[in-house]
Design a protein around this ligand. Structure first.
Ligand code: ATP
Ligand code: MG
Length: 374
């Protein structure tokens, strides 16, 4: 509790510092932009400060060794999966992405299920090779990737300490993180900060709970001292306290965050800009999370309208089919045939529209299905 109190006090201090900066520079045109970004940071911080007071676990990301700017840039990148055996065509999921990711940006990635959010993040994380275009990385880019499937990467027979030792060896062998503490005691201390104390560092991973595994992966992530965090549904396995701790830690993280989450509270606390992955493309979403919800409301109305029109046309289509079957009069046949063609064309267009609208609406479900609104 003492630690927590001091962390809380520290954050209050930071808030005071930000407030001073804003007060001093708000009126100064040359510093207006910096002041603006601090207004945003302050806003985020004030939202999470009370959380910290309740959480019984907290951690922080370490200050990144450097902050390349841009972190990376995507140049006409298409993401997807290589051709399956026996086929020649790869499966493109999202195409023609040209975007830069800058130092300090906090990007929330929105989109309905199956639109390609994970595929995009995996490609940035180098777990997938782009199918076209290129990803140009900033010098010194150090990616920390946290995904659900990442939990399966843990070796069931190994315990947290063994995982940390392996990670330390790996990074040392790769020549990264020079000067990083690697003695067993250091690693134990590090694990201790993530509530793996005493005998728990020796508990086999296979017998750990989902939440404990997630906490271990988080620990390994922080240890790597990334400057770009790629988080794909990071909170699914986390308990409330750890979730809050993550939210606070992300808030104070000085690097760049790209976050995919259905947890609106987390998106709200962490991100201040959004990308929308939809229908094979990525577009910036011009607004905040509330705008995103609002933007979907008229869509529902349009969807209902499209449904009504479709029903009317379908009824007419059935009737025309009957007419065509029963009528012998050539004039009537021709008229019914012509009308049927029109009806079917309109139906096809409506169906397409209906699909588009439903997709857009699923995105609403995508960001509102979990996480209580703050
Ligand atoms: N190995 C694979 N080979 C071919 N297609 C795949 C592969 N893995 C995923 N896909 C397809 O790629 C598309 C995008 O999947 P992705 O996991 O990126 O979606 P998502 O936006 O993260 O969805 P969710 O919100 O459900 O996590 C889906 O249609 C999926 O079926
Ligand atoms: Mg996904």
């Amino acid at each position: 509790m003492a630690l927590q109190q001091s962390a809380f006090a520290k954050q209050q201090e930071k808030i005071a510092h930000l407030q001073k900066f804003i007060a001093r520079f708000k009126a100064k045109a040359s510093k207006a932009k910096q002041a603006q970004s601090r207004v945003k940071a302050l806003d985020r911080m004030e939202k999470v400060a009370p959380l910290l007071a309740e959480a019984d676990f907290s951690f922080e990301f370490r200050e990144p060794a450097n902050l390349p700017n841009p972190m990376l840039s995507l140049q006409e990148v298409s993401v997807g999966y290589p051709a399956p055996a026996g086929k020649t065509e790869p499966t493109v999921i999202v195409r023609d992405i040209s975007k830069s990711v800058l130092a300090g940006q906090r990007i929330g990635i929105l989109g309905a299920n199956g639109q390609g959010k994970s595929t995009l993040v995996k490609t940035v994380a180098r777990a997938l090779v782009p199918l076209a275009g290129q990803v140009v990385e900033g010098k010194g880019l150090s990616i920390g990737y946290f995904a659900q499937q990442e939990l399966d990467v843990l070796k069931p027979a190994d315990n947290p300490l063994e995982h940390m030792i392996a990670l330390a060896k790996e990074t040392a062998a790769a020549g990264r993180l020079a000067g990083q503490e690697t003695r067993e005691q250091d690693l134990r201390n590090f694990l201790g900060m993530f509530n793996f104390g005493g005998d728990m560092v020796k508990q086999s991973e296979g017998s750990m709970s989902g939440g404990e595994k997630a906490r271990l992966v988080l620990c390994m992530l922080v240890w790597q001292r990334p400057n770009l965090l790629l988080l794909d549904e990071p909170t699914n396995h986390l308990d409330l306290a750890t979730r809050e701790a993550l939210s606070v830690a992300l808030n104070e993280f000085e690097g760049t965050v790209m976050l995919v989450s259905h947890d609106r509270a987390l998106l709200r606390a962490v991100c201040d800009e959004f990308w929308l992955v939809s229908r094979g493309g990525v577009a910036p979403f011009d607004g905040d999370l509330d705008d995103y919800q609002r933007y979907l409301r008229p869509l529902k109305k349009q969807l209902a309208q499209a449904e009504t029109e479709m029903n009317t046309l379908q009824a007419e289509q059935t009737e025309l089919h009957q007419q065509l079957a029963c009528t012998t009069d050539p004039g009537q046949l021709a008229a019914a045939g012509k009308r049927l063609k029109n009806v079917e064309q309109s139906l096809e267009q409506l169906e397409e529209r209906w699909l588009e609208l439903s997709e857009a609406i699923e995105q609403a479900a995508g960001t509102s299905s979990a996480g209580a609104p703050p």
